[in-house]
Ligand binder design. Structure first.
Ligand code: TXA
Ligand code: MG
Length: 331
């Protein structure tokens, strides 16, 4: 199968036609690229799992292009859930609600709930509208690999496995959407993202973040290894430890690189010149650039030393991904 990256002008009608024929298509969103299929077509949805090598017990998010579609997909949507949708859609949030029977079990992995997301990316919206059906989609990466934030990342990973990747440039947000479970007694964040606990608390009054040991997975994806680059990655507690880990990697004959914000890199380079990938000036830049930096790092280097970005605001959402990518290894 030949894989083509097409602009919206070249590819919109082709992509919509493929979806209507029961095929999968890759499309950009503001968070990460998605691998989409008609959410009502269980055979099409099965192809997503095949392409990704994803376990069938991990449910998919359903993407819409108009909040009016919510009532077709969900039942008993609470006033609080509607408030969240009103406040943050379109945007980087997925709202878990009770599913309608119209959604096949292949999408929900047999759960009684469904995650609904209304992306803000104009290409995503045009694509979903042109398809005329809601689009079930996970991130467009092979299972356990890093999520793609450019069309080229997708091409590298899925070349030969999909026909069309719609071009949408670099994703502006850069990490996956915040998932909030509105079926829990207290609204619960299952995956942190750009929409923070504080932002949700302002709308809802009360919200908590799921933590603790996953015995029965709440977001089934949480029990799988995730977002990992194909080389070792460690998180350094400060600049001094970063330099030590870097030197030890060099001594092992490796080719290390530091992922950090600009000021941090400047401080390291005053002590010694290091290979680095500059993540930018603040936590929004870091969130936008972190996955792309991991992609570059695994292609060009073989040991990654990452800054600890702390727990303030979206930095904690970034650290959620970094801790998974590093397997929790700290120096
Ligand atoms: O930003 C995003 O959310 C991207 C873009 C493409 O929209 N999508 C994405 O999908 O990250 P995926 O499949 O890579 O991650 C979805 C996560 C998985 O961990 C899955 O287990 C969880 O959401 N999930 C989906 N439906 C759920 C449900 N009904 N209840 C609990 N967790 C759910
Ligand atoms: Mg994913």
């Amino acid at each position: 199968m030949q894989t083509k990256i097409l602009t919206i002008e070249e590819g919109l009608q082709i992509a919509a036609e493929l979806i209507r024929e029961g095929e999968v298509v890759v499309f950009p969103t503001e968070t990460v690229y998605g691998l989409g299929a008609n959410a009502f077509d269980k055979n099409a949805v099965r192809k997503i799992f095949e392409v990704k090598g994803r376990p069938m017990d991990n449910p998919l998010i359903v993407h819409i292009a108009d909040t009016k579609q919510v009532d077709e997909l969900a039942c008993d949507v609470s006033p609080a859930a509607r408030k969240v949708m009103q406040a943050f859609m379109p945007g980087a949030i997925t709202v878990i609600v009770k599913k309608s029977p119209i959604i096949p079990d292949e999408v929900s992995a047999g759960l009684a709930t469904v995650g609904i997301r209304f992306p803000s990316h104009p290409v995503a919206q045009a694509f979903i509208k042109a398809c005329g059906v809601p689009i079930a989609a996970p991130s467009a990466n092979t299972s356990t690999k890093i999520s793609p934030t450019t069309a080229e990342h997708v091409f590298e990973d899925l070349n030969g496995k999909v026909r069309v990747i719609l071009q949408g440039g670099s994703c502006d947000v850069g990490i996956e959407s915040t998932i909030v479970d509105m079926t829990a007694d207290t609204p619960t964040i299952l995956r942190p993202g750009a929409i923070t606990e504080a932002m949700l608390a302002e709308v809802l009054g009360e919200v908590k973040t799921f933590s603790g040991k996953i015995v029965v997975a709440k977001a089934p994806g949480m029990k799988y290894k995730h977002y990992a680059p194909n080389c070792e990655m460690v998180v350094a507690k400060d600049e001094e430890h970063a330099l030590t880990a870097y030197a030890q990697s060099l001594a092992r004959g490796e080719n290390p690189v530091v992922l950090a914000e600009r000021g941090y890199i400047d401080r390291l380079n005053k002590v010694r010149a290091v290979n680095f990938i500059d993540l930018g000036k603040d936590e929004i830049d870091i969130m936008r650039n972190i996955y792309a930096a991991m992609h570059t790092a695994q292609d060009k280097y073989n040991f990654i030393v990452c800054q600890d970005f702390g727990e303030d605001g979206v930095a904690s959402s970034v650290m959620n991904r970094v801790n998974k990518a590093s397997g929790g290894k700290r120096v």
